[in-house]
Design a protein around this ligand. Structure first.
Ligand code: HAM
Length: 415
């Protein structure tokens, strides 16, 4: 074959679709229960939307973004994440005036990173954004949404890691402390970390190079540099989480890969699916909306990756949905019943019943075999007698029970 799928992408084959659809359906159902409404934004946006909002210093934006010029030379990017587009849409469509401040979404995101298990160049995220309040209750509610979602799927080996990265003021004090700590060791840091030291020192804590990691271990913690109001906010988030029965561990190393975070930051970790073990992550972004031209509006949200979630479900042997068989397999037995069958099938399909019929199969044995391997719930056997009586012999393929059903009653029976 001459063509190959792009590296880091994959086809969602029919056999894999039902489980994904089941995940989206469950996510959307839970979102509804929490009062969220679905929003869908384009897969490409002005590149500047991400460059200015998500990341002057973030790898996701600086190194991994698919950036391109359109035919008129405008600079666009395939979206690497969903938060900035949702905020753009919230502002552009004045959703504040419509009271639409709980938004959920799912869809493909794009990052040019080195592909590996659980890391793709096109991957699928589901996420929620709560816009409009700084009250710690909302932080806990967003986190508990995530927790309840994973609990409802039956996953066990989960760890919710929580941190506060503070407001810009405490972040600045902390970054000074971090620079003081790292300065004597600059000659031992990797080239990326030297840039991080200048641009966004807290990212030094996230470096995967072993020699750099060793320094991160003893680095000062942001939690010791929170001002009183940020520390209080964090305490209250923890208190609400306890009230909501959401277990968490504090990890001051959670720095997040995008630039807009303030205060609460969290990740849901699942051990046992390799290095890419963050199933979902999020946090507050109280400055983003103002930065994008709106009035100062606090917000918080999270997003998770479908691929990693599917890997985790597989690791725990949880299957959400098998490819469903059709409702009915029509077997014509030695009769010239073309009109009757075509009419019946049309009526059933229009009524929402899934039907399989293959006019090219004529032997009863071959048709019954095909009906069984299609995993249909029922077979409708139509022989001379049935045709004459305007009915079908309906066979339950699981129990083997048979009963005659009038053709015009079949839709109601199967529905
Ligand atoms: P993020 O941590 O960059 O946050 O991504 C969220 C999740 O998307 C990750 O935890 C992971 O499950 C999945 N993910 C990220 N990159 C890849 C990849 N290359 N391949 C497969 N899965 C991946 C955000 O995107 C923020 N917008 C989350 C947020 C919402 N913060 C506030 N609101």
């Amino acid at each position: 074959m001459e063509y190959n799928i792009p590296r880091g992408t994959y086809d969602i084959l029919p056999e894999a679709s039902p489980a994904r659809q089941a995940l989206y359906a469950r996510f959307l159902r839970l979102a509804e229960a929490f009062g969220y409404h679905e929003i869908t934004t384009p897969v490409f946006e002005q590149a500047a939307l991400f460059e200015r909002s998500s990341g002057e210093s973030s790898d996701v934006v600086q190194k991994e973004m698919y950036r391109f010029n359109d035919r008129k030379g405008r600079v666009f990017a395939l979206r690497p994440e969903g938060t900035a587009p949702v905020v753009r849409s919230y502002l552009e469509n004045r959703l504040d005036l419509k009271g639409e401040n709980k938004l959920c979404y799912w869809g493909p995101m794009f990052r040019y990173d080195r592909p590996q298990a659980g890391r793709y160049r096109q991957f699928y995220q589901y996420g929620i954004e709560f816009i409009g309040s700084d009250h710690p209750y909302w932080d806990a509610e967003v986190i508990s949404f995530l927790w309840v979602f994973f609990q409802s799927l039956g996953l066990k080996e989960l760890r919710l890691e929580l941190n506060s990265v503070g407001c810009p003021d405490c972040a600045a004090t902390y970054e000074t402390a971090l620079r003081d700590y790292y300065r004597p060791h600059l000659d031992q840091l990797c080239p990326d970390c030297l840039k991080r030291f200048e641009l966004k020192p807290r990212r030094l804590l996230d470096c995967k190079v072993p020699s750099c990691k060793a320094f991160a271990k003893d680095a000062p913690s942001q939690l010791d540099y929170l001002d009183q109001s940020c520390a209080e906010h964090f305490e209250q988030v923890k208190a609400f989480l306890n009230l909501m029965n959401v277990p968490f561990t504090i990890n001051p190393g959670i720095v997040r890969g995008l630039d807009y975070y303030t205060n609460t930051a969290f990740e849901l970790i699942y051990e046992g699916i390799g290095a890419q073990n963050s199933l979902a992550g999020g946090g507050r972004y109280n400055g983003l909306i103002e930065q994008m031209g709106g009035k100062s509006t606090p917000a918080i949200g999270f997003a998770g990756g479908i691929e990693r979630l599917l890997l985790a479900l597989e690791a725990e042997g949880i299957s959400l949905a098998d490819s469903p068989g059709p409702d009915l397999y029509v077997i014509a037995m030695g009769v010239e019943a073309r009109d009757f069958i075509v009419h019946l099938i049309n009526e059933l399909r229009a009524g929402g019943i899934s039907v399989v019929y293959d006019p090219e199969k004529t032997s009863f044995k071959a048709q019954l075999k095909a009906a069984n391997s299609s995993r249909a719930r029922f077979a409708a056997i139509i022989g001379e007698d049935e045709l004459a009586a305007g009915q079908v012999m309906l066979k339950n393929l699981e129990t083997g029970q048979q009963q005659a059903v009038k053709a015009d009653a079949l839709l109601q029976f199967l529905g």
